[in-house]
Design a protein around this ligand. Sequence first.
Ligand SMILES: NC(=O)C1=CN([C@@H]2O[C@H](COP(=O)(O)OP(=O)(O)OC[C@H]3O[C@@H](n4cnc5c(N)ncnc54)[C@H](OP(=O)(O)O)[C@@H]3O)[C@@H](O)[C@H]2O)C=CC1
Ligand SMILES: CC(=O)C(=O)O
Ligand SMILES: [Mg+2]
Length: 752
Amino acid sequence: MSNESNVQFSEREALLFHSEGRPGKIEIIASKPMATQRDLALAYSPGVAVPVLAIAQDPALAYDYTAKGNLVAVISNGTAILGLGNLGALASKPVMEGKAVLFKRFADVDSIDIELKTEDVDRIIDAVELMEPSFGGINLEDIKAPECFVIEQTLRERMNIPVFHDDQHGTAIIAAAGLINALFLTGRDIKTTKMVVNGAGAAAIACAALIKAMGLPGDNLLMCDRTGVIYQGREGVNQWQSAHAAVTDRRTLEEALDGADVFLGLSAAGALPAEYLAKMAPKPIIFAMANPDPEISPPDAKRVRPDVIIATGRSDYPNQINNVLCFPFIFRGALDVRATTINDEMKVAASQALAALARQQVPEEVAVAYGVQHSFGPDYIIPAPFDPRLMEIVPVAVAKAAMDSGVATKPILDLEAYRQSLKARLNPTTSVLTLAYEGARAHPKRVLFAEGEEETVLRAAIAFKDGGYGVPVLVGRDDVPDRLRALGVTDPSAYELHNSRNSPLVPRMVDFLYERLQRRGYLRRDCERMINQDRNIFGAVLLQLGEADAMITGTTRTYAHTMREIRRVIDPAAGRTPFGIHLMVGQSHTVFLADTTVNERPTAEELADIAEDTAAVARRMGHEPRVAFLSYSTFGNPGGAFLDNIREAVTVLDGRQVSFEYEGEMAADVALNPKQLANFPFARLSGPANVLVMPGLQSANISAKLLRELGGDAVIGPMLIGMEKSVQIAPMTSTASELVTLAVLAAGGIAR
Ligand SMILES: NC(=O)C1=CN([C@@H]2O[C@H](COP(=O)(O)OP(=O)(O)OC[C@H]3O[C@@H](n4cnc5c(N)ncnc54)[C@H](OP(=O)(O)O)[C@@H]3O)[C@@H](O)[C@H]2O)C=CC1
Ligand SMILES: CC(=O)C(=O)O
Ligand SMILES: [Mg+2]
């Protein structure tokens, strides 16, 4: 799919992504304990009667006793699914589930998709209106024009919670923000700018209205649909379109574009032939926003007009103009002040905040991920959706505008404290992971997949290559190309394959291994056999010879077995203690657990090394480390025979004068639960620990595996740290996407 952009994936992969594990993209998780009879009695009958009666008395209490205040419905009837057209309510469900997860991912808004099987405007209005008690806000999505205008307007009048048709206003807010910056960069004044809007539906009409409100003269805008220019007097034009009908003798898109400064595409894939660009003004601005494929691709546009500033709706080209930059954050702000509506003031505030953000210095981690050109300029006119600053800045601007315009029912007095609370709502790990993926694309590395005959590994290698994250180097037999073909790869020769049976590198590899092992009891013949027969040794030697930057293995043999093989070829880095880290990633927190894989009974020095290196990984992943050395004992209570090395590790760190907080020994609940920690006021942790150094491999490995199998959080790892080359031993149960994550972390230098 999408063979021109730098992110590619097969249709099969897109389907697998949706079907693997639990089908679809969302599930509902209880936010209260549901373990005991008592929990259930409180959560449901009879306990639930108490909040019922309270809400009946005072409806505002619904925000205190239910999820309403943070819950948004994403509602569609599937009549304008992206740019794919009217494919019906059911087919729109993947998109609506997608919007729901984006709400959560970007702004911690809980959201559920609702697909309505009707094109009847009145029935949609009635259905949505009846849902008012359930939700804090309504996001209408992919409902075609002109019905969407009537539906949204009527619901806004009838409902007392925000109703927002994202395709209209979300798109207009982003397009306006991008346009402000593109006009600035090309030295244009909006009052003399000539614009063509292609598409005359929901998004196009809302964008045209907002841009005119910003100062573009009505006569300077020509709107086109499939028939051509919408001119005054044209037949079959609805009332919303006729508001933008121009007095003009131009009739086609091509004629409309003659001398135009800006093309705004909100129509369909490929709707703008490249040759039409030739007659546009110097430094033309093209926003080709149709999804999933734009009106014209950036490479095609740049071939004809190298001076173009181009944006698309996609994340895989520079300048993503997509309403994902807006809807999570505008609802976050609106919900937090319990706004009764999202008004024009709030929309303008969001647009201005976005435009201003793009002009600020780009944070280092975002800049590194994107490469140098991502400072304000033609390839960076709008912030990237996973820029962590969006969550801090846009909701604050929206909340303030809601308060200033009198639609906030629960004003926020301290906006700075609000900004801080927004920051804490998202887990930095998620943006660091996203940025690690972007970084891998900006600086692609060679990653060796040692088990190239395994389907899961091949799928990971395909995703790694197609995603543009780097070059997979496969170890496997001659049938690997056939296996790749069976997975939908049309040109397996594009994959680098090393087969020990016929690799020209084998003599050099044997020399290397024999040199290393000759004084450790191995004959040359043993080394030849290992190179020929053992994929981990073969792969690790390739890594040592510089044929790859990192290596992924582990899915076919146990961790211990794989580790033994790797250690024959690769040593610990000088002065380092190798060990494993598991990461537990929740919505707002990450906990780093170490050493979960290597050292059975670490000494005090080793525990201190593990603490230091894990703290460094935590910092690389955006967390200020607070290290707890865990035990069954807290500060000597109860006493025991195996506490000395833990205590001594704390003393070792005292001597090293490290720059992070650490404390121990302590029980896990003291480390993680602030109430328990408060019982030890002398403890030198300013908050719950996020780096847990385990006393030994027994407890560490058991805990990590328990959490992986039973825990609600996502688990990443184990990452192998402290080796002279980056080798990652994945769990045998890994999925392809877990392998890709490990590959990206290894290639990007986070796991090192
Ligand atoms: N990047 C972003 O954030 C967003 C992008 N969009 C994209 O905008 C497009 C329209 O969405 P939306 O407004 O919701 O849909 P609507 O169904 O409301 O409107 C579609 C409009 O596009 C016109 N159109 C379709 N094909 C062409 C063509 N080849 N040339 C000219 N006009 C054409 C239709 O004209 P006619 O009546 O003649 O068929 C109609 O006016 C979609 O591609 C969607 O993905 C939408 C929202 C956000
Ligand atoms: C992004 C979006 O909402 C659309 O393309 O419809
Ligand atoms: Mg949409």
